[in-house]
Design a protein around this ligand. Structure first.
Ligand code: MTE
Ligand code: MO
Length: 376
């Protein structure tokens, strides 16, 4: 069993699949902390977790058309200047289970918990690439490919790539991380080294990093080419052509209500109900507003921000936690709460899933709608 040596997991992580292990935290617990505790951080593994001995671990760096390959041990990597960022990582399939209700999609049934925020410490990829002769003046090479040390039954490794500009940009903050919230990265999250590409879809944040390859072309891996892409609602499994859509990189703006949950019976306190949740946008955009309605959009109210990173765009990598007290009429015994966020580019969420449905159930960022019963 290739899964015989998996790490132990916290029981609060609810599995969407066990082999490979994929699990999320309940929304209520998720929005309790601005920094998600490591053991409660969602896990998205495509393959068994590799067992890596740091004493023999080496990261390889190769640049297309240059014959030299650089290798770094963990200690050698740690000699580069240390850099810490606070960044949210989100799976492209976060909130997929709501899109499925329109029409079935292929993918793990994630609720709103395939997201988490941590402080990541490591070395700038930019600094390491400079040593390999690649700088932001580079014109011919366009992509940075990452290969994981995890592999499938046919020995194919997990892989993905990002555009080179993101990796060499001073403001890109791409790091080869060896710490998560101040401790060595746990096995499930990429021990000993993982790339953190803030503002970019989880799938490109390759864990158990074994090799970096700077190239003219994108990664040829299954996950870059034939997965993690968006399509029109009119495309089905008979007509889909994965070469026609670009790989997802920056994610669109999203939000979710974490309390109350769908179907909850909640107490009205002094004429108000309490609602809280998170909001986040890709590409370093900041959340500038979260709007909430309980009457189908006839009237809206603006939520308060309880926690937000102070970094300005385009380096605003972390989520925003928000809350609001909404007055409710004492004749109402049921309401549907809707939330939507707007980012610093004034991009906002689509109203419903019908018009953004796609066969893989990715980019599932329509208004979050939660129906609850009221107890007066
Ligand atoms: N890296 C490797 N090597 N193998 C993987 O299966 N999964 C990716 C990414 N990096 C994956 C990987 C996906 S799809 C996501 S969403 C994130 O890791 C999840 O990171 P986490 O498990 O630390 O939350
Ligand atoms: Mo993912």
């Amino acid at each position: 069993d290739p899964y015989a040596k998996e790490p132990r997991r916290h029981t609060a992580l609810k599995p969407a699949s066990v082999k490979p292990f994929n699990a999320e935290l309940s929304p209520q617990l998720l929005c309790e902390n601005f920094l998600t505790p490591n053991e409660l951080f969602y896990v998205r593994n495509h393959l068994p977790v590799p067992e890596i001995d740091v004493d023999t671990y080496e990261l390889e760096i190769e640049v297309e058309d240059k014959s030299k390959i650089l290798t770094f041990t963990l200690d050698e990597l740690k000699k580069f200047p240390k850099h810490t960022i606070t960044a949210t990582i989100m799976c492209a399939g976060n909130r997929r289970s709501e899109m499925t209700k329109v029409k079935p999609v292929k993918g793990l049934s994630w609720g709103p918990g395939a997201i988490g925020t941590a402080q990541w410490t490591g070395v700038r990829l930019r600094d390491v690439l400079k040593l390999a002769g690649v700088t932001d003046d580079e014109e011919r090479l366009k992509h940075v490919q990452f290969e994981g040390i995890d592999f499938d039954a046919t020995s194919k490794q997990y892989g993905a790539s990002i555009p080179l500009w993101k990796a060499v940009d001073k403001r890109g903050d791409v790091i080869l991380a060896y710490e998560m919230n101040g401790v060595p990265i746990p096995r499930d999250h990429g021990y000993p080294v993982r790339v953190i590409v803030p503002g970019i879809v989880g799938a490109r944040n390759v864990k158990w990093l074994g090799k970096i390859y700077v190239s003219e072309s994108e990664s040829s891996s299954h996950w870059q080419q034939n997965d993690y892409k968006g399509f029109s609602p009119c495309v089905d499994w008979d007509t889909v052509d994965f070469t026609k859509s670009p790989a997802i990189q920056e994610l669109p703006v999203i939000s979710a209500i974490c309390r109350p949950l769908e179907g909850d019976k909640i107490h009205v306190e002094d004429g108000f109900i309490n609602v809280k949740g998170y909001a986040w946008s890709g590409g370093g955009q900041k959340i500038v507003r979260v709007d909430v309605t309980i009457d189908g959009g006839k009237t809206w109210q603006v939520a308060n921000f309880d926690a937000q990173d102070s970094a300005p765009p385009p380096r605003h990598w972390a989520w925003t936690l928000w809350s609001i007290k909404i007055p409710v009429n004492n004749e109402l015994n049921e309401v549907e709460i809707w939330a939507k966020a707007t980012d610093s580019s004034y991009n906002t969420q689509p109203e419903n899933f019908e018009n953004i449905w796609n066969l893989r159930g990715v980019l599932s960022n329509a208004y979050h709608k939660v129906k609850v019963k009221l107890i007066h």
